[in-house]
Write a protein that binds this ligand. Structure first.
Ligand code: SAM
Length: 261
């Protein structure tokens, strides 16, 4: 599928072209169509996804403001479930490969907690939005110390994990594939997240990620699931941490601690 990237401001064209060339989008300098299709826009130094018949609903990545800033200032620290799941302690902060990076919210939480994160995302629109958010974060003095810990790789993590020249690739591999939403929940999902889901679709091959992840992690693999979902690949975890709406399944390989030299 070709994705169009619309940029009608000539002063922004060079930046838009760099993005289009890197991710294989078609750069257009005329007004976008009014239909139900999705497209990207670059305007005011910001990349965002739009659905043509609902142009006010925009998806972009912002690590500097909104909910993310709030969580950075006030969010649960080492006590939150995701921190416990990856094994962050006062003695050791693990390195993480987030092999299903999406819009980078979990990567950012982990980086806020001190983890070095390699964020792997295969979907070009999502990877481009995440890259744009990271670039803007890297020019914000308050956020740069966190965003600099996140290294984006635009690739399939099936391939990246399998072909990595050196293993283990990190202490922890974190997986959060898309899952089927029940129709009742679907109605409650905000329009911007519906747009994200429409572009990404279902990660129907996610079961196949667990094996490569277990073969490439040093200490553990963590899988985020809906509270009542089956475990990934039907494989029971060592233990689970269950929250209000999510569950973290933890597959233990070794204690999360500094590697012996
Ligand atoms: C539910 S979203 C992840 C959300 C993310 N944890 C966050 O906090 O923003 C799942 C993402 O994983 C990506 N993905 C799924 N399988 C992948 C794979 N094998 N390699 C790379 N990315 C993958 C999808 O394209 C999608 O963007």
């Amino acid at each position: 599928m070709t994705t169009e990237l619309f940029c009608i401001d000539l002063t922004q064209e060079a930046a838009a072209k760099t993005i289009a060339d890197e991710f294989g989008f078609v750069l257009c300098n005329h007004a976008p169509p009014v239909d139900a299709g999705f497209y990207l826009c670059y305007q005011d130094d910001l990349l965002f996804l739009v659905q043509g018949d609902s142009p006010k609903t925009r998806v972009s990545v912002d690590f500097c403001g909104g909910k993310v800033a709030h969580r950075r200032h006030f969010g649960g620290g080492k006590g939150q479930d995701i921190a416990k799941a990856v094994g962050i302690s006062s003695a050791y902060v693990p390195s993480v490969v987030d092999a299903t990076a999406g819009l980078g919210r979990d990567s950012f939480v982990l980086a806020t907690l001190g983890c070095d994160v390699i964020a792997v995302e295969r979907q070009p629109v999502v990877a481009a939005l995440l890259k744009d958010g990271l670039l803007r974060a890297n020019i914000d003095d308050d956020v740069r110390p966190i965003s600099e810990r996140i290294h984006l790789v635009h690739d399939s993590s099936h391939r990246w994990l399998t072909e990595a020249p050196e293993k283990p690739v990190a202490d922890v591999i974190y997986l959060d594939p898309m899952f089927d939403h029940d129709p009742k929940q679907k109605a409650a999902v905000k329009k911007d997240m519906q747009a994200f889901r429409s572009v990404v679709g279902q990660d129907a091959d996610s079961d196949d990620l667990l094996g490569p992840a277990l073969a490439a992690a040093r200490c553990r693999v963590v899988v985020k699931r809906a509270r009542k979902a089956e475990p990934l690949n039907g494989q029971a975890p060592s233990y689970s941490i269950t929250g209000k709406s999510n569950r973290f399944d933890v597959y233990v390989l070794a204690k999360v601690a500094a590697a012996e030299k």
